[in-house]
Design a protein around this ligand. Structure first.
Ligand code: IPM
Ligand code: MG
Length: 369
């Protein structure tokens, strides 16, 4: 297999933010995967380490400092572990761990958050849904708007007996997100479901109008509109019918956790957040910091490992290595290796490191072939 390919960069710079709680453990396994793949592609890896979330509050007094944001902007890609924990829960406003994450997303301009959910046949037993609902093929991609909406809208604030958030969207913000959705659908099953609350919200009415307009440029893609409440129901009752789901920030946050139920565990779900072409992407597992199991070698590293797969594909142009990561994970799951979150009662459970070992072994076999 040749390692000299157009599109693969010779030297790549990745900012590595391991985060809090189980972050360091799962990031360690993801880093092993990244190093192998970059080397296989014939590139040199410059991996810079930085702090975000609680670790950054403790060391730097804020959840994301300017120098780290600058380093992120100067990278080819950023990997970020989960943030937060009870130690920092009393903090408010810009001091909160989550504020660091939102600053990073907005500072990078990564407006399209891709959250794929696939049901691995070996894991249907982990889902509370009946096997016939999961069927042979749940394979959906939520494309969530990430830099706008109620997460960032002004005015917002709180006085004695009143609090206010603002859900606001511009045509331009909706259009660029919709285009990502339609473009990705073209490489998949050519179906887009646009999710809104147009029966109540003005911002959703604009959303629906703009998406309908953008769809005219994609006559080969089927578009349907769905209200978010009914979409939440259909995701559970007929998940196999979805291909690409495009939606605004808050709806996407909620629906993507729901989609995690389909995959058996949030510990399986990776994500990629992309902005303008050529700008660094942000890659993070969808799950949280899980402080209750941190440091015990219990966490599932697969969401982080699969996030590295997306990083290789979308930011480094290393599609062969990305595919190798995905098929290595599939092989390890098919062989029955399970972390606690995806293990059935009484079956042996692999720790974080052991799961990483298995993936690296399967990956090495693929990369050497
Ligand atoms: C997510 C998380 C974040 C979000 C939190 C931690 C701010 O829930 O990535 O889904 O709401 O976007
Ligand atoms: Mg969330």
């Amino acid at each position: 297999m040749s390692s000299e390919r157009p599109g693969a960069k010779r030297s790549v710079r990745v900012l590595w933010l391991e985060g809090d709680g189980v972050g360091p453990e799962v990031a360690r396994e993801a880093e092993r995967v990244l190093r192998r793949c970059v080397a296989h592609a014939g590139a040199e890896l410059a991996l810079d380490r930085g702090l975000i979330g609680g670790a950054a509050i403790d060391a730097q007094g804020m959840p994301l400092d300017d120098a780290t944001l600058e380093a992120a902007r100067a990278s080819d890609a950023v990997f970020k572990g989960p943030v937060g924990g009870p130690r920092w829960d009393h903090l408010r406003g810009a001091q909160r761990c989550e504020a660091g994450l939102l600053r990073l997303r907005q500072g990078l301009g990564v407006y399209a958050n891709l959250r794929p959910t696939q049901v691995v046949p070996a894991l249907t037993e982990c889902s509370p849904l009946r096997p016939e609902i999961l069927g042979a093929g749940v394979d959906l991609l939520i494309v969530r708007e990430l830099c706008g909406g109620i997460y960032f809208g002004q005015p917002r604030g709180r006085s004695d007996d009143r609090a206010l958030d603002t859900m606001v969207y511009t045509t331009a913000e909706i259009e660029r997100l919709a285009r990502v959705g339609f473009e990705t659908a073209r490489a998949r099953r050519r179906r887009v479901t646009s999710v809104d609350k147009a029966n109540v919200l003005e911002s959703s009415r604009l959303w629906r109008d703009v998406v309908t307009e953008v769809a005219r440029d994609y006559p080969d893609v089927t578009l349907e509109h769905q209200l978010v409440d009914s979409c939440a129901m259909l995701l559970i009752t007929r998940p196999a019918s979805f291909d690409v789901v495009i939606t605004e920030n808050l709806f996407g946050d909620i629906l993507s956790d729901e989609a995690g139920v389909l995959a058996g565990s949030l510990g399986m779900l990776p994500s990629a957040s992309l902005g303008e072409p050529g700008r660094p992407g942000l890659y993070e597992p969808v799950h949280g910091a899980a402080p209750d199991i941190a440091g015990q070698d219990l966490a599932n590293p697969l969401a982080s490992i699969l996030s590295v797969g997306l990083l290789l594909r979308y930011s480094l142009g290393m599609a062969i290595e990305a595919a190798a990561v995905e098929s290595a994970v599939a092989e390890v799951l098919a062989s029955g290796t399970r972390t606690a979150d995806i293990a059935r009662d009484g079956r042996p459970v692999a720790g974080t490191t052991a799961m990483g070992d298995q993936v690296c072994r399967a990956l090495d076999a693929r990369l050497e072939a």
